[in-house]
Design a protein around this ligand. Sequence first.
Ligand code: SAM
Length: 237
Amino acid sequence: MPNSQTLNKAEVPQAFNRVAKRYDLMTSLSPGYGKSLRRSAARLELTPEKARVLDVCCGTGASTQAILDVFPYARPTGLDGSESMLAVARKRFALKPVEWRLGLSESLRATFAAERFDAVFTAFGLRNAESPQRMLEEARAVLAPGGRIVVHDYILDGKALSRLRWEALCRGIIEPMGLVMTRERQLFRYLRQSVIDFGTEAELTALMRDVGASNVTFESQPGWLNGLLGTWTLTFP
Ligand SMILES: C[S@@+](CC[C@H](N)C(=O)[O-])C[C@H]1O[C@@H](n2cnc3c(N)ncnc32)[C@H](O)[C@@H]1O
């Protein structure tokens, strides 16, 4: 396996197949991982009557669990492109009524045909799409009227300090730790580069407005990742 370069977007789900068994252990070492997911999930504002939620790029289900922690009555469907990440999720949620689908984030219309959701959540998903705009359009298309999309992801503010902090975090902690724990180098290099390539918070907010959202809000997460991790909420008429 060539372990010296980064990945292209189409290779990302396969790379997650390689780390699936160690993924939860890795995220458990990231302080506040679950708490920040719950903070973003709260923005879904589900109600018992509007409880259908699609978790795009659900991985092993950490984001799905965050939704259920905040809204115990939620009816989640998790979608991911990695069979092995989904296999871990299926095992972890064996007794819970969650549906799991293997599929790609940029073809939600084809995967869900006439199914509609009251909200779409994507945690560390939008950045992995070949075209974030296309993924948002697909998410919009599977929303019921009045639905909302919540996006949780790493994001830089365009200033040199934010990029320096991100590079230091990746090169100093995430990449060496990932290599030791999973023997995978490419995926963690890809993580570093994909955040740099993702654009700034302002650029992403502008792109989100282009998919027809009536309102787009952004909040940076508090805590040690403040300025590097944020939540967008897109509401639709
Ligand atoms: C960093 S994990 C996030 C998992 C979970 N949402 C969480 O918060 O822990 C990113 C997930 O996105 C999936 N993924 C990446 N590109 C994808 C795509 N184009 N379509 C569907 N899933 C994709 C990967 O397989 C991986 O499970």
